[in-house]
Design a protein around this ligand. Structure first.
Ligand code: ATP
Length: 342
């Protein structure tokens, strides 16, 4: 399965929801469309599902024109945020519904429903009604219903947003395992960068209707291509200045070490992740500890640096030994910081 989205645009009156979006998604990929509210990701999902038509651009699935197919003819299934389970039907009936619409034989339906309930770990719940299930279990039913028809592509709209934090973490693992097991290509829409990071093989980051970066989670995290991505994907520390041979120059701090390909003197931003900064550097940026918070496995230390508008965030393994008011020096390796065009 290869899905190709080629220069797809969609306007609603004055609003450009999608502006020449192009993406290629491969067989068996877990692909995330990530971006803040209103950036166009749901519009793209709706176009793939057939509930919306683009003003221009092409979409093909394995070379065939997807846009020419009616929604129900597309080898695609959509799993909504709200699950949309039938309240009066038990779990097995909910899952069987789509197959019954296709007029498959009773035995085949029973066999396939049995298999898929086994896959999502709900065999014991087959006779229950949706209101007798927990949020996580309901979500599994919705998933079972979406995969039982063996679509080539499964679209998931904010699949975990209705779940509480603990169940959500479990379901993230579960979704990933399931996707691996069934081998269906998943495209998930989310505004939650942690969710996208933990689920997806690749992520497309959307900003105002445009795709601004497509990369593996680790690459997005370590090599954001723009200020928007650096800001949106986790808490990056950003410093402004100009590119120099060894990093970023700035009147306040001298040169901060970073690697990058920008021409010397170009306006630039330096992005450095909180966990890459060491507090006990013998050289480096001088600052004063403003606050220390302990989060179990890590501590977050914020450090005021004269001339920098926001405290610099440093993540330290375990309980940090530094205290508010203490003077520290912030250091990092040049390869742990990235220069972005500013
Ligand atoms: P969210 O996470 O809030 O759902 P999103 O990134 O999925 O946001 P879209 O729902 O795709 O964003 O919307 C993109 C833009 O298009 C928004 O400005 C939205 O208001 C607008 N829009 C979407 N659908 C319509 C519509 N049917 N009529 C008018 N404007 C629309």
């Amino acid at each position: 399965m290869v899905l190709t989205i080629d220069r797809v645009s969609r306007r609603f009156g004055e609003v450009t929801a999608l502006d020449e979006v192009s993406l290629t998604i491969g067989q068996g990929e877990f692909f995330a469309l990530l971006g803040p509210s209103g950036c166009g990701k749901t519009t793209l999902l709706r176009i793939l599902a057939g509930f919306e038509t683009p003003d221009s651009g092409d979409v093909t699935l394995d070379g065939g024109d997807l846009l020419a197919l009616k929604p129900e003819r597309r080898p695609i299934n959509l799993m909504f945020q709200s699950y949309a389970l039938f309240p009066h039907m038990n779990v097995a009936k909910n899952v069987a519904y789509g197959l019954e619409q296709e007029r498959l034989g009773k035995d085949e339906i029973r066999r396939r429903v049995g298999e898929v309930l086994e896959t999502v770990g709900l065999s014991a719940m087959a006779g229950r009604k949706p209101q007798q299930l927990s949020g996580g279990q309901r979500q599994r039913v919705a998933l079972a219903r979406a995969i039982v028809k063996r679509p080539r592509l499964l679209l998931l709209d904010e699949p975990l947003s209705a779940l509480d934090k603990k169940v959500r973490a479990d379901m993230q693992l579960e979704l990933k395992r399931l996707q691996n097991e069934v081998g269906i290509t998943f495209v998930v829409v989310t505004h939650d960068q942690e969710e996208a990071m933990s689920l997806a093989d690749r992520i497309a980051v959307f900003e105002s209707g445009r795709v601004c970066q497509v990369d593996a989670p680790i690459a997005l995290y370590e090599r954001p291509a723009s200020r928007f991505v650096a800001d949106f994907v986790g808490a990056n520390n950003l410093f402004e200045g100009t590119a120099s041979a060894r990093g970023l120059s700035n009147g306040h701090f001298g040169t901060l070490p970073a690697e990058g390909e920008l021409p010397e003197g170009a306006p630039a931003l330096l992005a450095v992740r909180p966990e890459k900064i060491s507090l006990a550097a013998d050289r480096g940026l001088a600052g004063t500890v403003a606050d220390v918070s302990f989060y179990g496995g890590v501590s977050h230390v914020s450090v005021d640096v004269t001339g920098h508008p926001k405290p610099v965030l440093v993540a330290v393994q375990g309980a940090s030994q530094v205290r508010p008011g203490e003077r520290v020096r912030l250091g990092w390796r040049p390869e742990d910081a990235v220069l972005i065009s500013g």
